[in-house]
Design a protein around this ligand. Structure first.
Ligand code: GLY
Ligand code: MN
Ligand code: MN
Length: 462
């Protein structure tokens, strides 16, 4: 964990921003895998970790905005627990480690919340995303579970988002550690992808092992597929064959819980053919344009549109698109090739704070989410600020079902050369992704550069 002063400062700011009442920050519990004693790898709630550090089960942090007191609630372990889990610090020791003066049991917490409700104080909680936590919060605040989201504290959520959106130097350092591991994951992938006949799961499994050996799990299930047109394809059952591109979208968490999220796309066998080179370069040109545009005050939706325009120009040069590309972008034609957004925030969550709802995290009153296919999937549309860590991840995909639908509807036929697109039906997809810090006057691509140009990739693979 960071030094305790960092957590003290974060909580102080949170209390100040929320203003009044009792703030509950509920940590995660274990989740049963196939029976209660065999559980999934524990994943702490990111906001709990941000303010109360401990990567342990069944803890609740409380900040009393009115008195300034802070509490860590949970159960001290008994000798029965110690036999199975080894010695653990007491609740008070854990509290003190992070600069919290008070500790208590979950029964004490229930009593404190009851008293707050009885005296008509505001009890702030955020909408939980796990059923177990919804049930727990429901019993704690005496609200039927269906209404737990209705009465969540928007003030608390906004104060959390405001603080977590801006990454400190220490946080960026941790993110770069996670990217260093992602570097090894992707370079290893490139070497393994040189050998035709390898199974996708051999590569995906090796990458996951590198993540674990780097101190944390993967930050989301590895996407490693020769069917890159399936945007989040988690099937790894195929043998890789020459002629196909591999989309490898994978990252890890470091031991502090900070994430990386990197995508590289490479040709099976290690040499791009002409068609692969052409599409790859069109995506790369769009991806490289993005850091030249990133700076504070620019809405990310504007950069998304600039990136898809650059992609459209590349596709026009290849005969896949035609006409005026500005008009094509305005009418949503790029959605056929890139039906996802350019990127998202990243931090303690790979899609940072997405549990609070993308519209709270990625949009605001001045920047509303578009309903246009493709642009509607952009998770971050609002103005960038110094300290944001975001992803830059354009892609180009040939999705047979989507091509069929658009062609049948004659959608955007002034801009899409369907006869040419048909020739790419079996192409798959390409995505390229890096993690970027917004600085005072521009940005910095985080981590050691991971091979990305056609030449660099072919060199690693051969
Ligand atoms: N890993 C999913 C994404 O890039 O957003
Ligand atoms: Mn990704
Ligand atoms: Mn991403």
């Amino acid at each position: 964990m960071f030094k305790k002063e960092i957590y003290v400062e974060r909580r102080k700011r949170l209390a100040k921003d929320v203003g009044r009442g009792l703030i509950l920050i509920v940590g995660n519990t274990d989740a049963a895998f196939n029976y209660p004693n065999n559980v999934y790898t524990f994943r702490q709630d990111s906001t709990f970790r941000y303010f109360f550090a401990h990567n342990l089960q069944d803890l609740v942090g409380v900040i009393d905005c009115d008195s300034g007191e802070e509490y860590l609630f949970g159960e001290d372990v008994s000798i029965d627990d110690i036999i199975w889990t080894g010695p653990v610090a007491s609740m008070l020791e854990r509290a003190n480690e992070i600069g919290v003066s008070n500790s208590g049991s979950l029964k004490d917490l229930a009593k404190m919340v009851d008293e707050a409700i009885d005296t008509r104080r505001r009890v702030h909680y955020v909408t939980p995303y796990r059923t177990k936590t919804i049930n727990y919060v429901s019993s704690l605040v005496h609200i039927k579970k269906d209404y737990v989201p209705t009465y969540c504290s928007v003030e608390l959520m906004q104060a959390i988002i405001k603080q977590r959106s801006i990454k400190s130097v220490e946080e960026v350092f941790e993110i770069e550690k996670a990217i260093a591991t992602a570097y090894n994951m992707h370079v290893t992938m490139m070497k393994m992808a040189a050998k035709e006949g390898t199974y996708e799961y051999e590569i995906a499994g090796t990458m996951e092992g590198i993540a674990l050996a780097g101190g944390g799990p993967v930050s989301f299930p590895v996407i490693l597929t020769t069917h890159g047109e399936i945007l989040h394809g988690h099937d790894h059952s195929l043998q890789i064959k020459k002629g196909r591109m591999i989309v490898s979208d994978a990252g890890c968490e470091n031991d502090m819980g900070y994430c990386s999220d990197i995508t590289r796309s490479v040709p099976v066998g290690g040499r791009f053919d002409q068609r692969q080179k052409a599409i790859y370069q069109a995506v790369l040109d769009a991806q490289l344009l993005v850091p030249t545009l990133i700076k504070p005050s620019v809405p990310y939706s504007t950069i998304h549109l600039a990136a898809v325009k650059r992609l459209g120009e590349g596709l026009k040069n290849l005969g896949l698109m035609k006409g005026d590309i500005d008009a094509a972008v305005a009418q949503g034609a790029m959605g056929l090739f890139m039906p996802h957004g350019l990127g998202h925030m990243m931090g303690l969550d790979v899609h940072d704070m997405e549990n609070y709802g993308e519209n709270y995290v990625g949009y605001d009153k001045n920047h509303k989410r578009s309903s246009q296919f493709g642009l509607a999937s952009l998770r971050l549309g609002r103005e960038l600020e110094q300290g944001f860590v975001i992803t830059d991840e354009p892609g180009c995909y040939f999705i047979p079902a989507l091509i069929d639908q658009w062609k049948a509807e004659k959608k955007c036929e002034d801009f899409i050369n369907y006869a040419e697109v048909e020739k790419y039906r079996d192409f798959g997809g390409i995505r390229i992704e890096d993690d970027v810090l917004v600085t005072a006057d521009g940005c910095r691509i985080l981590g050691k550069p991971i091979p990305k140009t056609i030449e660099e990739i072919e060199q690693v693979m051969n």
